[in-house]
Design a protein around this ligand. Structure first.
Ligand code: HEM
Ligand code: HEM
Length: 190
């Protein structure tokens, strides 16, 4: 398996980053749900509300850095051909869902960052470093970036559910091994 994508399949870097982002985004949704619903002075799974916010913001900024690497990686090498078992409608859906997922990988962390900076909440990165606030209080930006974060969060969840649903449908019902294209070591197009 090569590091970069090729006409033989996705490269090792694409696969590693794909699953890393899937885990990080899973955590982001869990943290987003917990921290916005818990009592301000309570704990959830052993963490205070401010610890949940810190982890959510910190992991989100790490995810932004990974998204930039992923985007650059996507433009290096050749993309593998479509899996032959996909019909035209599915190809169109995958294309749109991937555009949306790549867009959201950037929009989610950027809108989150703008929201906490414009709102004056700041980022205490991993509980160790206070990031400088390049924006300062800006109520209109605070409001709009929060809205963008919430709406893009819903759009991303819908795209990911459709994406996973399509993969599982092929994997479990058509048994064409679509999932293998993103698993380590096996680049073959089923
Ligand atoms: C990288 C991907 C990210 C994802 C997928 C994500 C996802 C989410 C989700 C699903 C929520 C819950 C929305 C709700 O139920 O109201 C949320 C809330 C929030 N996120 Fe993120 N987030 C990300 C990055 C960030 C970053 C980088 C920051 C800040 C530096 C941030 C700050 C916040 C804040 C402050 C809230 C609470 C908003 C509210 O009170 O309505 N997020 N995020
Ligand atoms: C359990 C969850 C997931 C499964 C089972 C899964 C499975 C797959 C598979 C099998 C492919 C290769 C499709 C092909 O043949 O071309 C793929 C590609 C892709 N997936 Fe996922 N995926 C999951 C979660 C996610 C998440 C959370 C994101 C983004 C936030 C994502 C974004 C992408 C993208 C952008 C591609 C195209 C290849 C690339 O440029 O990286 N996936 N996924």
């Amino acid at each position: 398996m090569s590091l970069l994508n090729s006409t033989h399949g996705y490269g090792g870097l694409t696969k590693a980053l794909h699953w890393l982002v899937a885990v990080l985004f899973g955590f982001q949704y869990l943290a987003g749900a917990v921290m916005t619903r818990m009592a301000p002075n309570g704990t959830a799974l052993g963490l205070t509300q401010s610890a949940w916010y810190n982890w959510h913001k910190s992991i989100g900024l790490v995810a932004l850095a990974i998204a930039l690497v992923r985007l650059a990686n996507r433009n290096l090498g050749d993309l593998p051909p479509w899996a032959p078992s996909l019909n035209d409608g599915e190809k169109r859906f995958i294309h749109r869902a991937e555009q949306l997922m790549y867009g959201a990988m950037l929009v989610m962390p950027v809108s989150g960052f703008l929201y906490v900076m414009a709102g004056g909440y700041g980022v205490h990165l991993f509980g160790h470093w206070h990031l400088p606030n390049p924006i300062g209080a800006w109520p209109l930006l605070e409001l709009t970036s929060r809205l963008v974060h919430q709406v893009a969060g819903i759009a991303l969840a819908v795209a990911v559910l459709g994406h996973v649903g399509l993969v599982l449908r092929h994997q479990l019902f058509f048994r064409d091994g679509l999932l293998r294209r993103m698993l380590p070591g096996r680049s073959g197009t089923p």
